[in-house]
Design a protein around this ligand. Sequence first.
Ligand SMILES: [Cu+2]
Length: 183
Amino acid sequence: MEYIHRHINPKMALISRSFEDWYKKFSKEEKIWIITAFIVAIILATTTVTWHIFDSKHQVPSYSKEIDPYVFKEMAINFSREYNNKFIPPNVDIYIAAQQYYWSVQKIILKKNTDYRFYVASLDVIHGFTIVGNGVVYNLMVMPGMTYGFTINFNKEGKYYVICSEYCGYGHGEMRMIIEVIT
Ligand SMILES: [Cu+2]
């Protein structure tokens, strides 16, 4: 211990207190470190609890449920037949199935500033449902056997892209879908 104290500038390094030093007051450097760590811990804890209030549209799915993939496939096919490449009226729920290597719809058209309810499920392996574009990033891991439901409201018109963000095989990069938001 003596050796360390003689060769390291105590202002530069954090040196653990020796057993003999326990009664001494904290040095200024130690106090700064303790206060800094405490402030960081408070910020992290507060952010964890309050984040959903400030960023409610990017929350984790508000709904998830086990589902028979054959049942969901039927719903996704019906949705795709009726609405692929078309405008989705605000009161219609959106069903998207992920499968190696495509989404069950290629393009949907949504209205700006409108809440849309999405349901996404995988029919085979893990996929990632990720919406990117116009400053928006929404990411959802889609595990087989589950349906995930969430509400999205796009406040900017334009094109958004849905890509797969979980590597699912050789055609992973081909999984693309377009969401067009109009006024
Ligand atoms: Cu994929």
